[in-house]
Design a protein around this ligand. Structure first.
Ligand code: MN3
Length: 217
């Protein structure tokens, strides 16, 4: 199987004015494509070439020493961006409903408090990385952050259902160095219906996000 750039769930300019097509042009077509290409190269000879990306994330520790970090960096880059596109959308934002809304209230007291804590995690991730909403095996939620392209599938039994990219390339054209401004805007872009689907998949043992990939030749 060759990993490929996933199809976006919306048109490349669909998130304007909150997320510019000019940012998407390089974030998706250049940055994300580069992770896909480097992942395919890094996987050669590892024996893990046939795994779908989500399963690969849970098995990165099996990669031999010389190639493991490249698979972590580029596989994480591919997976994390795919989830990021998945949980944003046009005409989105607002508040979660359904089980995710209940679980957010259980874990963080209220949606307003969740927003404060999530924004704090995203703002305090030092350097490049991500902030996440993740699910424990008992269905409860966590806010966490990770450096570089790491994610919780690589080193835990938690599962990611929502994420913000806080690498500067994710927001520099619109917000320059003002990461808190990007985080505030991101709340207008979260597709909570997609997050609910991810929660239901994550808690029922299904693949969290379906990622298109070329069939084996
Ligand atoms: Mn990025």
């Amino acid at each position: 199987m060759t990993h490929t750039l996933p199809t976006l769930p919306w048109a490349i300019d669909a998130l304007e004015p909150n997320y510019l097509a000019s940012t998407m042009e390089f974030h998706y077509k250049k940055h994300h494509q580069a992770y896909v290409d480097k992942l395919n190269a890094a996987l050669e000879g590892t024996g893990l070439e046939d795994l779908a990306i989500e399963e690969l994330m849970t098995r990165v520790q099996e990669v031999a020493d010389g190639k493991r970090q490249a698979v972590i960096n580029n596989g994480g880059g591919h997976y994390n961006h795919t989830l990021f596109w998945n949980i944003m959308g046009p005409n989105a934002g607002g508040e979660p409903t359904g089980t995710v809304a209940e679980k957010i209230n259980e874990a963080f007291g209220s949606f307003e408090n969740f927003k404060v804590e999530f924004a704090n995690a995203a703002a305090t991730q030092f350097g490049s990385g991500w902030a996440w909403l993740t699910v424990n095996t008992d269905g409860s939620l966590n806010i966490e952050k990770s450096a570089n392209q790491d994610n919780c599938l690589m080193n835990s039994d938690r599962k990611p259902i929502m994420v913000i990219d806080v690498w500067e390339h994710a927001y520099y054209l619109e917000h320059q160095n003002k990461r808190p401004s990007w985080i505030e805007t991101f709340y207008k872009l979260i597709n909570w219906s997609a997050v609910e689907t991810n929660y239901q998949n994550a808690t029922s043992g299904k693949t969290i996000i379906e990622v298109n990939a070329a069939a084996a030749a």
